[in-house]
Design a protein around this ligand. Structure first.
Ligand SMILES: C[S@@+](CC[C@H](N)C(=O)[O-])C[C@H]1O[C@@H](n2cnc3c(N)ncnc32)[C@H](O)[C@@H]1O
Length: 364
C-alpha cells in the first residue's frame, strides 16, 4: 500500500498503523490515521480500542497519501492543517512557518512585560513583526488582556501576503482582533507610530545552513536571513527605537547560538536592561531589552499673567498616536486581503483549549 513497501492493503486499523510505522514515527502514524478517519486528534485511546476495526478503502487511500507525504518530510501540522500554539488551534499550511513550541518562550516573556505595563484606560499597543500564521500576535491578543488588565491592541506585519491571508483566517476563526499590515518590517507603519511592546520571531537561519534541507517544505523567507542569519535581527534592532514608546520593550526570538550576538546588537544600539530567556531545551532562545526610559517632565515657569494650563508630557500619554501630517514615502494602509477580516473581530470568545501534544521539530 505505501510506496516502496510491497505489502497488501491493510484490512484493519492495526495493520495500517503497523505498515505506516515502517516509514514514519509511531505517534505521527496514529495522528495521521485519526486525521484520515476524520476523527479528532486527541482520540488516540479510541484508536487503540478499535484497532481491529476494518479500514474502508477510501480512508486507506487517504492514509497512504498522508504517510507518503510525512515520509517525504512534510511537517505533520501541514498534513493535519492545524497546529496548537499557546492553547490556540491555528490553521497552518505551506504558506507559513509551522509555529514551534520554543516560540511560546517569547509569548510568556511578552505577557510578563504586558503585566508590568502601567494601569491606564488606553489600550496597550503591541507590534508583532513577521507574524506568519499570526501565532504570537493571536496568543497575545487572546491572553494579553488578562496579563495587562488593559485592552491589548495588536498590530502584525508580514512581507508575505500569503502569510497574512493565513493570519487573517486564524484571527477570524478565533474571533480575535488583529490589525494586519503588509510590508517590510517597520515600513508599513505610520510615521512616528509607537508601541509599548515590539515582538518578533524573524527568519534567523544562515543562508546555506546544513539544516535547511530538513525544513524544505517551509517558506524560505520565513527561515533564512543573510550569510550569518542575523540580517533581519539587525534591521529590527536598529529600527525599533523609532517605534517604541518611552520605556517600551523589544523582545526577539533567535537561534540557539545567537543570543550573545543579539545582546551585543541591543547594547550597541542603546537599549537598557539587555537580557536573554531560555527555551525548554535550555537554550538562550530569546533576547530583549527596554528602550529609552521616559524623559522626566520638565517644569516650565508659570506665567504670572495667565492661569496655569498644563500640557501632558508625551511620557504620560504613551498610547496616543503621534500626529503625522505627511505620510512617509513607503507607508501603506493596512492590507485588505478580505476587508471583513481586518480589524473586525470584536467577539473575543476564546477558542477551546487543545490537549497538550509533543513538540514540533526544532528550527535550530
Ligand atoms: C520565522 S517566521 C515567524 C512566523 C511566526 N511569527 C511564528 O513565530 O510562527 C518569520 C516571518 O517573517 C516574515 N518576513 C520575512 N521577511 C520579512 C520582511 N522583510 N518584512 C516582514 N516580514 C518578513 C516571513 O514571511 C515569516 O512569516
Amino acid at each position: 500500500m505505501f510506496s516502496g513497501v510491497d505489502q497488501p492493503p491493510p484490512a484493519t486499523l492495526a495493520q495500517a498503523l503497523a505498515q505506516a510505522r515502517t516509514r514514519i514515527d509511531a505517534l505521527d502514524a496514529q495522528m495521521l490515521l485519526l486525521h484520515a478517519l476524520c476523527r479528532p486528534v486527541h482520540e488516540r485511546a479510541w484508536l487503540l480500542a478499535h484497532d481491529r476495526d476494518a479500514l474502508d478503502p477510501a480512508a486507506a487511500a487517504r492514509y497512504a497519501a498522508l504517510v507518503e507525504r510525512r515520509a517525504a518530510g512534510e511537517p505533520l501540522a501541514y498534513l493535519r492543517g492545524e497546529r496548537e500554539f499557546f492553547s490556540l488551534r491555528l490553521q497552518v499550511d505551506a504558506r507559513v512557518l509551522d509555529p514551534r513550541p520554543d516560540t511560546e518562550t517569547l509569548v510568556h516573556w511578552a505577557l510578563e512585560r504586558l503585566a508590568a505595563c502601567p494601569a491606564s484606560s488606553a489600550p496597550v499597543r503591541v507590534l508583532d513583526l513577521g507574524t506568519g500564521s499570526g501565532a504570537i500576535a493571536l496568543a497575545l491578543a487572546h491572553a494579553g488582556r488578562d496579563a495587562s488588565g488593559r485592552t491589548v491592541d495588536v498590530s502584525a506585519v508580514d512581507a508575505s501576503t500569503d502569510a497574512l491571508a493565513v493570519a487573517a483566517a486564524n484571527a477570524q476563526h478565533l474571533g480575535l482582533p488583529l490589525r494586519l499590515l503588509h510590508g517590510d518590517w517597520f515600513a508599513p507603519l505610520a510615521p512616528g507610530e509607537r508601541f509599548a511592546l515590539i515582538v518578533s520571531n524573524p527568519p534567523y537561519i544562515a543562508e546555506g545552513d546544513a539544516h535547511l534541507g530538513a525544513l524544505r517544505h517551509e517558506p524560505t523567507m520565513a527561515l533564512t536571513s543573510g550569510a550569518d542569519g542575523l540580517d533581519a535581527l539587525r534591521h529590527i534592532v536598529r529600527g525599533a527605537s523609532a517605534h517604541l514608546q518611552p520605556g517600551g520593550w523589544l523582545l526577539l526570538e533567535h537561534g540557539w547560538d545567537q543570543a550573545q550576538a543579539v545582546r551585543e546588537l541591543l547594547q550597541a544600539t542603546g537599549f537598557n536592561a539587555v537580557q536573554s530567556r531560555h527555551d525548554l531545551a535550555g537554550h538562550a532562545r530569546c533576547s530583549g531589552a527596554a528602550g529609552q526610559a521616559p524623559e522626566p517632565a520638565r517644569r516650565r515657569p508659570t506665567p504670572t499673567h495667565a492661569p496655569a494650563t498644563r500640557r501632558p508630557h508625551r511620557a504620560e500619554t504613551p498610547d496616543r498616536p503621534l500626529p503625522h501630517a505627511t505620510p512617509a514615502k513607503n507607508h501603506k494602509p493596512p492590507i485588505c486581503l478580505q476587508p471583513a477580516t481586518i480589524r473586525v473581530f470584536t467577539n473575543a470568545e476564546p477558542a477551546p483549549p487543545l490537549p497538550p501534544r509533543r513538540p514540533a521539530p526544532q528550527r535550530q
